[in-house]
Design a protein around this ligand. Structure first.
Ligand code: SF4
Length: 405
């Protein structure tokens, strides 16, 4: 099915995932991102020894259901709207290889570092894909106002966070969002707090240090100007800590570290209770998604019998991958790599330092002799990149690639 420009106007509900389209989509997606070697490893319990290198894959890793759906829909949109201009709001997911693949398919980005087009110049013939993290309400409205056909790939788990903060706003409760204020998902979520309940308020806390600062203010008040300065860009317009922290409800970006999110919830609950003598003005709803949880649990499982070192594969701007790297590096030498090229030699590996937030080079990372290497990957990392990393690792140890690779 290919919809021409004329046939597709005005915007209409189109079922992109028809059996005939999906057959072609699956074939293309498999050819771009699948890895028989990784599937073989997964099917055989995730452990394989090649020469003196034992590879141990976490039980859950790589593409999540939300990312698979978003990619399927983007590929289906390319097929169905073959004759129309196709745009993407920002990155579809946080993986440069996948984004480059979509760009090669002629899908243009409307925001972010790779922006190639402007929303205000779109026309009703254009088709716009909303990524898995969703988009801010204002961005959605601007695209709708241009009359474009919208292909919305927002993950259902993200939408359930939106539902929660809308509910908080409708009830006059300020949303405290545990997340990264400049992450697409958190921007989209916080915009839902503003658009509901006549303009609800929100505050984004990134980590335990910011949570503690907030809790101190909840208990004892403090310097309003300093508070606003600290949370500049991370709270709603017109937010006043002296007026808008009376009733608070906690939600979180879906990809945060579970243990940290629980600690954030617990500390804010304790601060509100200490201030009010009851929990009446505190609400909470855990919005870590199932896929994030499964990947963190699987990694903890793997770390219970630690390998000698850990490779975490994924985009450096991927929140869930960063948290996997954080979890692993608490226990053992861990290298968060973008792709196989990062494994430069047995002496040098380029990897992302999650504390310094930049790529660094480590030396003598691959010890000689028998070694076990744990591997996991974030929810936005395709299997072919994991395979590349394993093959590169074996090559550095001068071990021939296994047959199925
Ligand atoms: S990481 Fe979670 S919320 Fe994000 S796309 Fe995947 S399943 Fe959905």
């Amino acid at each position: 099915m290919v919809l021409s420009m004329r046939a597709a106007l005005p915007p209409q509900r189109v079922n992109l995932r028809t059996p005939e389209v999906m057959l072609e989509v699956q074939a293309a997606v498999e050819s771009h991102y699948h890895s028989p070697m990784v599937e073989h490893l997964r099917a055989s319990g995730g452990v394989a020894t090649f020469g003196d290198v034992t590879v141990r894959l976490a039980k859950q890793f790589g593409f999540c259901y939300g990312v698979e759906r978003a990619i399927d829909l983007a590929y289906a949109a390319r097929k169905v709207f073959a004759e129309r201009n196709l745009y993407l709001v920002g990155e579809i997911i946080h993986n440069p290889e996948v984004n480059a693949q979509l760009a090669a398919m002629g899908i243009c980005t409307l925001a972010g570092p790779c922006q190639l087009a402007d929303i205000d110049k779109l026309s009703p013939e254009d088709v716009v894909i909303v990524p898995a993290f969703g988009a801010e309400v204002a961005v959605h409205e601007r695209i709708k106002a241009r009359g474009c056909q919208i292909v919305d790939t927002t993950c259902g788990d993200v939408m359930s966070v939106w539902k929660r903060v809308r509910q908080y706003a409708n009830d006059g409760v300020t949303s405290i969002i545990h997340g990264k204020s400049d992450h697409e998902e958190t921007r989209a979520t916080s915009s839902r707090a503003r658009s509901a309940g006549g303009g609800g308020h929100y505050l984004v806390v990134y980590d335990l240090a910011e949570t503690e600062y907030l809790c101190h203010y909840l208990r004892q008040g403090g310097d309003r100007a300093a508070f606003l300065d600290k949370f500049r860009g991370a709270c709603s317009e017109g937010f006043d800590p002296d007026r808008h922290l009376g009733k608070v409800g906690v939600a979180n970006q879906t990809t945060m570290l579970r243990s940290e999110t629980e600690e954030v919830q617990q500390r804010i609950r304790a601060a509100v209770t200490a201030r009010d003598g009851s929990e009446a003005n505190f609400r909470v709803f855990d919005t870590i998604c199932g896929a994030t949880q499964e990947r963190q649990d699987a990694l903890l499982d793997l770390l219970a019998r630690p390998p000698d070192l850990m490779l975490v594969v994924g985009g450096y701007n991927s929140s869930n991958t960063t948290h996997l790297a954080d979890l692993a590096q608490e226990k053992l030498p861990t290298y968060f790599v973008l792709n196989a090229d990062c494994l430069e030699s047995p002496q040098h590996i380029r990897h992302f330092d999650t504390r310094m937030r930049r790529e660094v080079t480590a030396g003598d990372w691959l010890p000689a002799g028998p070694i076990s290497v744990g591997i996991t990957a974030g929810a936005s990392c395709p299997s072919n990149l994991i395979e590349d990393v394993i093959l590169r690792l074996l090559k550095l140890r001068e071990i021939s690639a296994p047959e199925q690779a």
